[in-house]
Design a protein around this ligand. Structure first.
Ligand code: AMP
Length: 404
């Protein structure tokens, strides 16, 4: 097959992020974002490789209009989506349940299954479906590939994936731990193995994806064996606006004592908790500024965030038995040296160590921040979910597998 371009779409409820990549040399030809879809002041930003960035503000009524606006921008750069160079469109789909453990070419039946999963991903799957539907209408002849956020975690053993609740109830309502950010955990665990000079099959890695959403995973020999997010992305680490783990009885208590509805508690735990609930800010840069200025609430929020992180590192050392590396990724993980330092401080007994000079140095690309000879390497590995989606998409539709 000669076509070597892949268009990656990440459709949210009011935004579409896109990247056009050439898989021959894994280069990015264009990157863009349409945001505030459905509002009067929608905005499109478009960055072609080697060209000037363009920005455009105006009404974009729906996803159909958003993808047409994207297509027009790509056309201006001679990268039109009608081009025979385009091999496929890869879509990020948040929830693939237990069925989708691999990237999948979308047909009507796959669409129906993604739709059936809406009750467990009410915020994300409808928007992902809209993006796929619209892209299929634009290029019906082209393979549309769904790459699922949950797929990497389908290798979790039942002992990690099941909640200890009544089995019939759990199965009737598909209640189990699915995990999210899987594309990132897959990419980062593999890149970490590469950084260690090993094959993924030979490395045990703890990945800490710390962005506005945050999750940890335990990866044994390239396969996920545990992850911190569960039925939904609410479980696990303290996040920008999500609580992570709480005693489920907090919910009954708020229902009975505070008279709050399920929707109100949902909003409380997903949007008004985590760092923002603890100190009013969810941006780690601002929290560090406030700590430096002596702000006690920001300090406590940071300490709670780090405490949870350390608990998961310890837990995943126990799950894996032998750990070769801990990898930090995403906005906080890649940039916040104080978080990395505090997360690993005093854990020499378990193996990981951080070198303060390497940790503080700013650099692009994957790098080690542990001193030479540390029993467990500590790494910063920038995530690249779009590249991973494009790689998986291309591997599925092309006959050359040497690009994976
Ligand atoms: P993400 O969801 O991966 O885009 O991460 C977004 C989050 O990363 C922001 O909310 C910030 O908390 C954090 N972040 C981004 N840049 C920095 C930085 N330079 N230092 C500390 N935190 C950062």
């Amino acid at each position: 097959m000669n076509a070597s371009r892949v268009l990656v779409l990440n459709s949210g409820s009011s935004s579409v992020k896109y990247q056009l990549l050439d898989m021959r040399d894994r280069s990015r030809l264009a990157v863009g974002l349409v945001e505030r879809i459905g509002e009067g002041t929608s905005r499109l930003t478009h960055s072609p490789a080697g060209g000037a960035d363009r920005e455009w503000t105006g009404p974009v009524a729906d996803h159909d209009a958003a993808l047409k606006a994207m297509a027009a921008e790509l056309d201006r750069d001679g990268l039109g989506i009608d081009s025979p160079e385009l091999a496929a469109i890869g879509h990020r789909v948040v929830h693939g349940g237990i069925r989708f453990s691999e990237p999948t070419v979308v047909d009507d039946e796959v669409m129906a299954e993604i739709e059936r999963l809406i009750p467990v991903a009410p915020l994300h799957n409808p928007a992902n479906l809209t993006g796929i539907r619209t892209a299929r209408a634009l290029r019906p002849d082209l393979p549309q590939v769904a790459v699922f956020d949950t797929a990497f975690h389908t290798t979790m053993p039942e002992s990690a994936a099941r909640y200890a609740i009544d089995v019939e109830t759990a199965d009737a309502y598909r209640i189990r731990r699915y995990g999210f950010h899987g594309t990132s955990h897959a990419y980062v665990s593999r890149e970490t193995a590469r950084l260690l000079g090993r094959e993924p099959e030979e490395a045990n890695v703890i990945v800490l994806h710390l962005g506005n959403g945050a999750s940890a995973s335990a990866v044994r020999g390239g396969r996920c064996v545990d992850t911190s997010m569960g039925l939904t992305p609410l479980e696990g680490l303290v996040m920008g606006t999500r609580s992570g783990d709480v005693d489920p009885a907090v919910i009954f208590h708020l229902t009975r004592v505070a008279g709050m509805s399920a929707d109100e508690i949902d909003t409380l735990l997903n949007k008004r908790s985590g760092l923002i609930g603890l100190c009013g800010d969810n941006d780690m840069r601002e929290i560090r500024r406030r700590i430096d200025a002596g702000d006690e609430r920001a300090r406590l929020a940071f300490d709670i965030y780090v405490h949870r992180l350390r608990k998961y590192i310890g837990a995943y050392c126990a799950v894996l038995g032998r750990v070769d590396a801990i990898a930090f990724t995403a906005g906080v993980g890649e940039n916040a040296a104080p978080v990395r330092e505090a997360a690993v401080a005093g854990l020499e007994g378990l193996g990981p160590e951080v070198d303060p000079v390497l940790n503080a140095a700013r650099a692009e690309g994957p790098r080690l921040i542990s001193p030479p000879g540390a029993r467990v390497a500590v790494a910063v590995v920038p995530t690249d979910e779009e590249m991973e989606i494009a790689t998986q998409t291309y591997a599925l539709v092309s006959d050359s597998s040497d690009l994976t």
